[in-house]
Each structure stands twice: as C-alpha cells, then as structure tokens.
Design a binder for this molecule. Structure first.
Ligand code: ATP
Length: 307
C-alpha cells in the first residue's frame, strides 16, 4: 500500500498541564478529502498546527507527504496549501500584489492559475485587501493556498464567519478544484451539512480524542436511531455500542453505531421498533453530546428513568 498523504500516530499535546490532544491517530490516503470535525475547543486547530510544523507535539509520529513537520517544516509548507482559521493578510496590498509577493516563496507558484482562481472567485484584483468582505477574504485565502498547486491542502474551518450562501459557494469552488486537481484535502469544520457534500471521510474529534473515523456513507449506514416503547426496552438487549438514550413521550429513542446488528437482535426477540436514518449532523451530535446512561435493567427501573 502506498504511504498515506497525512499520517498521525498516537499524537499527544498539552499546553502546560492542560492536555489538548490524546492518542490521536489518523491516516488520510492520497487524493481523499477528509473532514476533521469537532466542537469549539476540541483540538482541530492544534492538530493542524502540528501538521504544519507550527507547533510541536509532545508525543507521537506525524508525517505529511512522508515528511516530519517538526524536523522539516519548510519542506512540509512547500507541499501544503494552508488556509488558517484566522488568516492575517497585509491589508494594504491588493490581491494582485499579494500573489506577486507569495510567488517569491513558492518555486511551484503558478501565476496563470493564481489569476484564474482570482477570476473564478470574482475577486477584485486591485482593491485593497483590508476593504474586502469576509467572504472575499476567505476566497482570497483559498486562492493563495491553491496557487502553488500543492498536492496537500489543509483548510482550518474555512467557512467560519461566512453566510450560508457564501459557504455553499465556497464549497462549490472547493469541490470544483478537487475534481480538477486530485489533491488530498484535510478540512476542519463544525458545519456538518456542508462537509457532507465535500468529504469522503470524517474523523470526529471530541475533547482531544478521535471518537470515530469513517467514510461518510459508512457512518450513515451504521449509525441509526431506533424508537421502541419504553416498556419494550426493559426486555430488549442493550445495544453493544449505545451512543444516546432518551425517553420521549413514553418511548425510548436510542442511537447506536452498530445498527444492522441491533436490528437483527430486536428482530430475533420479536420486539417492535421504528428505525430512523440520521443526518451527518445528528450522527456527530450523538458522538459528542450523546448520553448513553440510564439503560434500565428491569421494568421498575424503566419506569423511574425519564429524560
Ligand atoms: N496557545 C495555547 N495555549 C494554551 N491553550 C491553548 C492554546 N491554543 C489552544 N489552546 C487550548 O487548546 C484547546 C483546543 O484548542 P483548538 O484551537 O485546537 O480547538 P479547535 O477545535 O480548533 O476549536 P475552535 O473550533 O473553537 O477553533 C482549547 O481548550 C484551547 O483553549
């Protein structure tokens, strides 16, 4: 098998005594678009900054295009197009001047491609960057990240602060680019619905740990909601991997990421249930805010627990 474009193995990072990443492992094959999902403070930016060699991990192996960013940060930056969460660009420059400036740093800078990206994103070439809207600034950041034709693209929450239409437009540009270039993309976000249209795979990061890595189709297939009567739940088996359990209007509403297996178990016991497909947003919520506690052992306990 060929080497993954991005590899993290057993990564750990603390700020002082505060652990931020613990045992983070991830492999992104070349050519894939991968979303790193997590709530605010989950550790997405920290992971990305380690990947780019901007900060060092305390433990673990990191390889970007086969290179260790802690040892060769410049070699990594040359093959990565990076859009930072909080990009600071010189406000007095124009997009056209910024491109000329950046071209000096990247031997592979493609001026014709840069110009085409600026046109495609409908950016004014000669307006001061400080005068651009938030959406235009993000698009300029994307153009700057892509214009040296990097094999790997890392985007830290690129759609943050954009309105829904601008986010869709941004994603459309991104998808078009990906189809044209075949780059590997790591994309951090907490906007699931949009990620769904773009990503081949996702990793869900929760409080510094990866709680699930999967292809988006697999996630939708494996993670489902079951609704059964609260009385039935006392007789029903507890799902092997229960992510959430709520009581709602006399019914048990539960989410498991082993849906096919649980369905077989319920069928075998002839327990009535309804099965509900979830959006990627709901899947994400089940992993990061699901509460699997409160499974009743006996009918008496079942009557006592309520959401
Ligand atoms: N330089 C720093 N010093 C101390 N703590 C930090 C530093 N940078 C980040 N942290 C802490 O590390 C944790 C993870 O932060 P990080 O920015 O990686 O999260 P994130 O998932 O990118 O969040 P967001 O979606 O809000 O950008 C947070 O608790 C944050 O306060």
């Amino acid at each position: 098998m060929s080497e993954p474009a991005i590899l993290l193995d057993n990564l750990a990072k603390s700020y002082g005594a505060h652990p931020v990443l613990q045992d983070v492992s991830l492999e992104i094959p070349a050519g894939q678009t991968f979303a790193l999902l997590g709530r605010n403070g989950a550790g997405k930016t920290t992971t990305i900054r380690i990947l780019l060699g901007l900060i060092a991990a305390n433990r673990g192996v990191v390889r970007v295009g086969g290179v260790d960013p802690a040892k060769q940060p410049i070699a990594v930056r040359k093959q990565v197009g990076y859009l930072a969460e909080d990009q600071t660009m010189y406000p007095w420059m124009t997009p056209s001047e910024l491109c000329r400036f950046l071209a000096g740093f990247y031997p592979t800078w493609d001026s014709a491609w840069a110009r085409e990206l600026l046109n495609r994103f409908e950016l004014p070439l000669h307006a001061r960057i400080g005068r651009l809207s938030k959406g235009q600034t993000v698009k300029l950041g994307l153009a700057a990240a892509l214009a040296h034709r990097p094999p790997i693209v890392v985007l830290d929450d690129p759609a943050m602060g954009l309105d829904p239409v601008a986010r869709k437009e941004f994603n459309r540009h991104l998808v078009e680019h990906l189809q044209a270039e075949g780059s590997t993309v790591l994309y951090s976000s907490h906007l699931l619905d949009e990620v769904e249209a773009v990503a081949d795979g996702v990793a869900i990061l929760d409080r510094g740990q990866i709680v699930r890595t999967a292809n988006t189709d697999v996630l939708r297939e494996e993670v489902k909601q079951f609704v059964l009567s609260w009385e039935a739940i006392a007789e029903a088996p507890r799902p092997q991997r229960l992510l959430d359990l709520r009581r709602h209007e006399g019914q048990a509403v539960l989410i498991t990421d082993n849906a096919a297996n649980y369905q077989r178990q319920l069928d075998a016991q002839q327990i009535d249930y309804e099965i509900v497909n979830l959006t990627l947003d709901e899947v994400f919520e089940a992993y990061v805010i699901g509460r699997p506690e409160g499974w009743p052992d006996q009918p008496a306990a079942a009557a006592a627990v309520s959401a």
